[in-house]
Design a binder for this molecule. Sequence first.
Ligand code: SF4
Length: 407
Amino acid sequence: MFNKTRADQKNLKIADESASESRKQVSGLRSLDSEYLDIRDSIPTGLKLVREYEEARERILKVLRGTREDWDSYRWQLKNRVSDVEVLKGIIHLSENEIREIEVTGRQYRWSVSPHYLSLMDPEDSNCPIRLQAIPSIKEYMGEPGLDYPMNVDKQLYPPLVARLYPDRLIIKLTNMCSMFCRHCQRKRDIDSRDVIHPMSRIQEAIDYVRENDEVRDVLLTGGDALALSDDQLDYILTELGNISHVEIKRLGSRMPCVMPQRITPELCEILSKHDPVYLNTQFNHPREVTVEAQRAVDMLTRSGVVVRDQTVLLKRINDDPHVMKKLMQELLKIKVAPYYLFDCKKVDGIRHFGVPLDVGLNIIKKMRGFTSGMAVPTFIKHVPDARGKVPIYPRNQYGPVFEDTE
Ligand code: SF4
């Protein structure tokens, strides 16, 4: 019974050969990505920096005289956004030179950072990728001039809050308010000197415009940050849009899941769940931003039926490295944020120093496609002011990893 026939022996030999072939291929797969595997654990991520962030939170609460309960309240976070250099220097280390830069640049471009986002900063590192996104630098003020507006469409808003470039969708800009004024913001010139939520009568004009144009099936509410509006205001606007039969989907543009996740409350989620389908496009630019708090916020949103997608901006010294970008996208998938776009930084006044050559972005995509889940690879986008919207760009001859013949 245990005697092997000649056919059995042949089959066993074939099985042995194919196991050894696949062992060879698997070890080849590992070596294809060895550069990333060697450093991936040294890239700081918010999900790992829990203790450091906890200590920073305590330090910031002391400076702002807040309590642990205050920290979890988005109203407290909004009210206590830091925009005073004297307060800031009690939270992170600033040289005399940096203090002067903030004062000079701050006169031209307003700045303001949520306590949550401040807690993600390395207090000693002036090149911390979180600090570079939040704290003014003289390069904004002294840098190469750029365009006033990133897209021609932003110049002509008619009705006043509507921006429209595509046949079936449009943007309604509800406010100029944000929980933080990102230094790389393409709408920098709209930030103005004070926070404004546009009057409901103006917003109503925009809604009426949508009602009168039945080719519009997709409406993006943005600003500024759409979640700067109160729950009641959002509920009203989403209800009005939901009552228009040709509006199939509503989208929200908000960076709050990243920079002020406390804004995602059970009450807000309850409202959003009533207006299905709702998509939320957010922006994470570095793995340090993918925190336990962001994870909790995204979990609440997705459980309410909101689809959350990421639109990263490619930024010099922040994420212009293929390994950092890959880590960021992998961390985002872990917290259920789907990578969507990677934007080339626009050539707008005050942000040109964040730009990198196009090849840098193409190389990042080249090093991701085929080396990590397809879901983790965003579409690389360049905005061409006179073209009709976003132009996707792909590396030439991109096939993913190349297998060497090891025989
Ligand atoms: S949250 Fe968005 S709109 Fe607001 S400053 Fe940042 S990039 Fe600009």
